[in-house]
Each structure stands twice: as C-alpha cells, then as structure tokens.
Write a protein that binds this ligand. Sequence first.
Ligand code: GAP
Length: 455
Amino acid sequence: MEKLIALCKRRGFIYPGSEIYGGVANTYDYGPMGVELLRNLQNLWWVNFVEKREDMVGLDASIISHHKIWEASGHVATFADAMIDCRNCRHRMRADHLLEDSLNKNVEGMPLVELESLLNENKVVCPVCGEFDWTPIRKFNQLFGVELGLVQGDDAKAYLRGETAQGMFVNFKNIIDSTRIRLPFGVAQLGKSFRNEITPGNSVFRTLEFVQGEIEYFFDPESTKWEKLFADWQEEMWEFVVNKLKISENDLRWREHTEKERSFYSKKTVDLEYNFPFGFKELWGLAYRTDYDLHQQQEYSRKDLSYIDPQTGKKFLPHVIEPALGITRSILMILSNAYTEDDKRVFLKIAPSLAPVKVAVFPLLHNKPELIETAREVYNDLQNNINGKIIWDDRGNIGKRYLAQDEIGTPWCITVDFQSLEDGMVTVRNRDTTQQDRIKIEDLTSHFNRLLITI
Ligand code: GAP
C-alpha cells in the first residue's frame, strides 16, 4: 500500500485533499492521471451498462436533495456507524471495524450492546496506543446535512445524497412518463455520494466523498423470476470486472450477507469482493430490495409511483434488483491490481482501455528539427484519430522517458529515430514485455485502434 500510495502521488493519480492546509482526513483529489483513469472507468461502465443495452436508461439526479427523501429511505433514522473513542490517545474509530480487525470475526449488523460485550469480554485494546480505556460505543449518523439559504424552517433542511440510488426511485414516475421504456428495465447513474465516514485510511477505499455507479433494475415479480435475474446480474458484474477491467479472477470472490447483516427489506444481498492489499473487501454490492424504496417514497411524498402494465392494465409497484458499484473504490482496485515490480522497473499493468495515456510519442533527440518534425506529425495524427490521451515527451534520455510512462501505465511508446526518416517506420515499445517492434507510420492509427478494442 505504501509503495502504491507513493506512486499515486508522485505520478499524479491521487493527492491528499486540501493538502497545503494540512489536509481534510479521508478526502482526496484526483490528479492529471487519476482523472483520466476515473473518466475512462466511468465511460467503460456507461457504455457497457447503458449505451449498449436497450433495457437501460441513464439519469443524473441532484446531489442536494430534499430531507424527506432520506427520511423515507430510512437513512435519517438508521444510516449510522458504531463509533468509539480511545480515552487515552483520543483516536476515534468504528467499533465494528476495531472488533473485526482484532478478533477476525464478522460483526456486521450486530446491535450496540453485543458489540460492547464483545469488546469487554475480549479486552480489545486500542490499536494506536495499546490501552484499554474506551468511551461507550454510540451511533453516529453518516448523512451530510446542508442548510439552504433561500428558504426558512423545515424546508431549509436538505442532505447531500448518501447514495445515488434514491435519485432513481424519486424519478421513477418521471422516467416512465417521459420515455417509452417498459418493464423490465434499469436506470443507471454515475455520480458522487457523501458519507460522514470514520475510517482508518487506506487511500480512496473509504472516503467522505466518492463516486458510485448504481443501477436500479425494475421488474414485475409476478412475471420475472427474481432468482434468475439476480443470477444474471451476478454474471454481468463478474464479466465486467474480469473481462473489461482485467482483474485477476483469483483476487475476486462472492460473499453472501448473513440474515443478521442484511437489511430487513432485502431478500438477498451478495458482495463482489476484491483482494485489496489489506484483505478481501466489498467492491460491488448486489441486493434484491423488493418494492421497499418505491413504497417508502410513495408513502412519504403521497405521490402515486405505481406502474401500469400497458398490456394487462395491472397497476403495481415494481420490485428492484440493485447492482451498486464503488467507482472510486474500483480505482484503488485497478491500481493495486496493476502495480508490478521486477528487478529493473515499476510499471502499471492497466488495461489499455482504462490507461490514462494510450500512447507516448518521443523524438529520439530533442535538438534535431528533422526528428521533431516527423515525430510531431505522428503525434498529431494519433491525437486526431485515437480515442484517449496521447502524450508528447522530448525531455531527458529515452530510458527515463520509458520509466515515466511505465509508472503511469502507458501501454505503448513510440520513438522516432534517424532510421524513421529513411524507411518511414518507428519503434513501438510494449509496456508489459518491453519488446520493441518496427511499425510503418501510416499503419499506426489502425494498429492502435485495433489493439484498443481487442485487449
Ligand atoms: N445503494 C446501495 C449502496 O449505496 P453500499 O454498499 O453502501 O450500497 C455501494 O455502496 C458501493 O459503494 C460499495 O460497494 C462501495 O464500493 C462503494 N462505497 C460505499 N461507501 C463508500 C465510501 N465511503 N467510500 C468509497 N466507496 C464507497
């Protein structure tokens, strides 16, 4: 983790948030490489789950949202972590995480009293100072409240959304009325969510502000078997992570929620977990949430959110299956999975479709106008004909330029040398194998476009 975090900072992927003022814990900024990676990942997700499917539509709902949405969803009453402080060193942490890490036991969904007795029976000490001197365990609500300036009283109260999901439920009727989509169908949304998290670090794994990619897949439980739909979604999620994000299958596993940790309205919940440097942890949740959310939003808003089947005229609240992916958490997975060291170098083995830079172009020497001219032509041609960022670099020696590109995961580097001026060919170096091939300048665009689709 330390090496990865250092590389992320050194090469412009992830910086600590508000760093020059001493930082704000658990906030991060995405640098020039990080933002490209983030955009590529979101784009891949969107193309895969929205653009290429006729049963899906997209949405971009407001982050600032009515307090009643979160009262209806249950977040105001129950979206809380169990918090504990060490009286000796004042370190604050999540009691469930403390117990899980110390006792190697899953305590999700356990009531406060049971957490408290587990702590006392096992005399669990503070991981920072080693003392056993705790405050009582208490609940800490994760929603970020905001105050609206233009209105007064109860209506001035709003929340930054704690999940993108509720935007899909409160807009369900709008989507039905404004499109020709019919059940079964899904609504997908990419965007920021906010949670007042108590977390021990681990970079962007758990942050106050993070990007989610969520889908609410609506269906009629009388005509669609939820078990089959659920299994189909599990397959889609696995396929996306393995074949599109190129994550090794050995580092992935499914974990089904126990009855205790599952929300009361959920019939089944599974997590797709990735083997992060600090162990297997949730990446992508899949839950059958029944009609709970539509039902709650209908009750609190007193607006009819039901669906009318155009063939039978049957009026009902659809049920929903929800695949909820952490996009920024996936960034950490992609970077951990890609980080590779051998005896000579460090490189990021990122899938080319996700790589922040697709191709880097180098003139062999920076002070030879004839090399610069041809290399610029190559660069401009790739800029105009390849989807994604192309980089120009003429500083330092070629070895240093390769090193810099390896560390940001650029799959291919092109060098224009004196031979190129005679035979119209350039050297293309492969990031993973370091193999160098000579390729005709006129074939470069089709060569890279083919590779970008196939690998
Ligand atoms: N609508 C359901 C929902 O939000 P969740 O399990 O709380 O479910 C879905 O969140 C995904 O969002 C998680 O699997 C995780 O990848 C990501 N996530 C949740 N909280 C996060 C946080 N504080 N920081 C980064 N990612 C987070």
